[in-house]
Design a protein around this ligand. Sequence first.
Ligand code: APR
Length: 327
Amino acid sequence: MPRRAKISIIGSGNIGGECARSIAMKELGDVVLLDIPIKDKPELHMPKGKALDLACCGPVEKFDSKLTGTFDYSDIKDSDVIIVTAGVPRKPGQSRDDLVSINAGIVKSVAQNIKQYAPNAIVIVVSNPLDAMVYVMWKVTGFPANRVLGQAGALDVARYKTFLAFELGVSVEDIQGLLLGGHGDDMVPLPRLTSVNGIPVSDLLSAEKIQACVDRAKVGGGEIVKLMGTSAWYAPSAGTVEMVESIIRDKKRVIASAAFCEKEYNVAAQNGGKGLFVGVPCVLGANGVEKILSFNMNETEQKSMNESISHVKDLIGATVKLFPELA
Ligand code: APR
């Protein structure tokens, strides 16, 4: 009898908790929520509390996924997929890059534990600054690149489609679009490849209106940080679970994800011959990143991609400066 899939979530805060809920609702597998004790409050056990609260949704939502909350890494043993949201979120006025000094150390320690306790897992990193944190995960675990990826594109694309649907007054389901590159300000917009059920979006909206949707997607995270005082969690979780579902169900969805690129999109050529994690269209299946889809970019798109690659390169440089052993 095949066993149920096991999905562990490291960092059971806002994004982690919402991922757990969504995974259970879709019955993608059993879920382990792992976190650390809260300083000065040793009597609390947040992951256990969240797991119990979520488990009690089962009878209403009609799922049998088993939910466990823990502080103990031995509970992630045999995980098929691990989502990493451990770290601090942004506060108003902060950029994702401002988080590097705290989150790089956290992700490094999480990666050491994943390597020890779940050496066969596929790891989806969500902690920011995303493109650098995926690099840290890959470097520390030493996992093959197909088993380490980052969630950014799924969210950025979802935001882009949402804003286009607002503008067009059509269902979000009928918008096809893609954004590549790094997470946030230096993402690579691709209005040329955006359509409404195959109708080029440029035939339906002015260039200015399309650009406004791209710009809003770029700063969509910041817009929410300003409103809530912390970063978003519903859409980031939705994007992450979209990736988990494609992997667990071996759906081979094409989802923009931060994946290790070398010759793809000319990445290594711009990074001293070395590969980098950057947002690209990936086929996600049972083996993680099964394929990176490449297409011919026009000059403007490749220029934007080059800027994005250069930003990711700088961010990794800043990370390595803090943790020279990650070079
Ligand atoms: N190990 C495990 N969990 C940790 C660790 C650690 N070393 N350090 C922090 N955490 C936990 C926190 O205790 C908290 O519960 O990570 C969780 C983060 O949750 P939130 O503070 O609610 O942050 P969230 O909004 O979920 O964002 C998490 O994802 O999108 C990114 O920028 C965002 O980096 C941030 C991350």
